[in-house]
Design a protein around this ligand. Sequence first.
Ligand code: FAD
Length: 317
Amino acid sequence: MKVTEYLANSNGPIISLEILPPTKGQSIDSIYAHLDPLMEFKPSFVNVTYHRAEQVYKKRADGNFERVEIRKRPGTVGICAAIMNKYKVEAIPHLICGGFSKEETENALIDLHFLGVKNVLALRGDAAANEKFFTAHPSGHRYAEDLVKQVIGLNNGNYLEEDIMEGVKTDFCIGVAGYPEKHFEAPNLDTDIYYLKRKVELGAGYIVSQMFFNNAHYYNYINRCRENGINVPIIPGLKPLTSKRQLTMIPSIFNVEVPVDLYTEMMKAKDAAACDKVGEEWLYEQCKDLLKNNAPVLHFYTLGKPQVVYNVLKRLF
Ligand code: FAD
């Protein structure tokens, strides 16, 4: 079912999880081990992230270096199929512009359509590891809105090859990303919301937010979006912060604030278990408050910390 249909028909909070494909060479069992316990809470969606290929230099036998492209976390489409098959839940692949030509994107969309995937999250992706700024694939997309346009095109039966007449129409529900504390490249929140609105006007049906640790940012964002005429659901993205290292790493990577109370409690923690507990408490209080304020979905970035998310869900439901 489409995310928008779930939201329209639900009368209770919806749980959604986000996972990363394992690194190449690892078994899909690592995904199952991650998800199995969380299935107790009947999540409606499992998002699977997409990772662009990276350029690395490999030494050849003759001593020279050769630039090769490697994809460290392949398998998003296959993992979506495996999750739908094993757990009977909707899997939502992330699609990114970075590193993909329009044709590769179209082919991925065709695979997803054949698999019965109903939802996709359309994203730009970040700059490649060896680049400071995002550069588009020579025959790919520059912004997420261009990717949204392509998916909408395919929903209308428009394929890249113009001689495909009356092509099968896909029927994807499209989600896009939003940033309560603004995207790190955006000059200000208003400009960022302006571009967010364009994605919605093109046909995105819902927004998933970047993580935040202060719910006030999310509530303010909803108000600002509504004032600007963005009326689709805005799903809060939630991540447990569970180490002292993340206190500085998360703000620098994701451009999000760590509130002083969370910082202070984490600094007092004596060991890893105590850090997990601080993260759990914070996330639990965030969720309680979001539920009280009628958040449509709780979307958890479970990445690497399924036990903390499990503990929070156990306390909530
Ligand atoms: P865009 O909407 O294209 O916006 C990027 C920047 O450009 C913003 O500053 C925006 O204001 C500006 N902008 C947008 N359109 C225009 C325009 N037409 N002209 C000028 N400026 C414009 N990354 C991955 O690689 N894989 C993932 O699986 C993944 N999953 C994510 C899931 C969520 C919920 C979120 C919030 C992020 C995820 N990301 C992922 C990270 C995301 O790819 C980055 O944050 C990326 O830098 C921006 O993506 P976007 O889709 O928001 O881009």
